[in-house]
Ligand binder design. Structure first.
Ligand code: MN
Length: 286
């Protein structure tokens, strides 16, 4: 497997890199379409075909150094153990002052990376882009299921959710009383051009970004386990993240739930390009 961007050695040396990419091919709790275990490999492969000049930012982001770590071994005992090993791996990169970039895998793995980043930046805010609210307190007897990941983050930090269009009645009841969580539904975003004016003031200081690819509309992102209609566009997401990065400091991020479709590479490529673009936004704000 190649490194992210298929970069020459001088740009992947961990000692000089701003970013560490951590591939986590885990999908054992997926409830509908599995297959996100093949996500990290597909992202790395697609990233070899990207133009390394970011045409929106007018910069060559790889010059700040992108290290790709070894694939994280799957711990089949369950998400709790997986979260723990993601935590330890993320911690290692944070200690070396690199920005962790997690490649899922299913969404449950994000909590490990978040927890490591949260220890270093306890006042961070979580920005959660997703079709699903993921606020269940427990699911299939696990508090670390993919369906609980936003709830676990919200136990520790304020949470801003963007693009939500699938929510359980339990989640909805919980939201009525959760004053530290603000949810911007896809419907609201589509019908309210000024929605960012309400979202951006909530995203100051340090931000951890967790991005489930099903936040995008299935027309451009069909390769997820749980696609939902009426999603966001490339432009919706990148313009919003650019605005966030201009005012806040994104201290780590994960991109999860790519379940590659044989013969259709566009979603893999979208994901690789998105990750590279977010790295570009982060490098620019430093
Ligand atoms: Mn989702």
């Amino acid at each position: 497997m190649n490194n992210f961007g298929c970069l020459p050695k001088q740009y992947t040396n961990p000692r000089q890199a701003l970013f560490s990419v951590i591939p986590v091919p885990y999908d054992l709790t997926s409830t509908y379409g599995a297959g996100s275990r093949r996500g990290p490999a597909a992202i790395l492969e697609a990233s070899a075909n990207m133009e390394l000049f970011d045409e929106q930012l007018l910069q060559e982001t790889y010059l700040c150094g992108i290290h790709t770590d070894d694939v994280l071994e799957v711990d089949a005992r369950g998400p709790k153990y997986m979260v723990e090993s993601v935590y330890r791996r993320t911690k290692k990169h944070l200690r070396a002052k690199r920005v962790p970039v997690l490649l899922g895998g299913e969404h449950s793995v994000s909590f490990g990376a978040f927890r490591a980043v949260h220890e270093v930046h306890p006042h961070l805010t979580v920005l959660h882009l997703d079709a699903h609210a993921d606020l269940r307190d427990s699911y299939q007897k696990s508090p670390f299921s993919h369906a609980c990941v936003a709830r676990r983050m919200a136990d520790l930090s304020p949470l801003v959710q963007v693009g939500i269009r699938s929510i359980s009645s339990e989640d909805n009841r919980f939201l009525e009383h959760a004053t530290h969580i603000k949810t911007f539904t896809a419907d609201h975003i589509h019908s309210t051009p000024s929605w960012q004016e309400a979202a951006l003031p909530l995203l100051q200081g340090e931000v951890y970004l967790t991005l489930d690819l099903d936040v995008f509309d299935p027309s451009i992102m069909p390769a997820t386990g749980t696609p939902e209609p009426n999603g966001l566009s490339w432009r919706d997401v990148t313009l919003f993240l650019a605005a966030v990065s201009r005012q806040a400091r994104i201290v780590g991020f994960d991109v999860v739930e790519l379940a590659p479709l044989p013969g259709i590479v566009a979603p893999d490529f979208l994901t690789a390009k998105l990750i590279y673009h977010v790295m570009g936004l982060i490098s620019r704000s430093r």
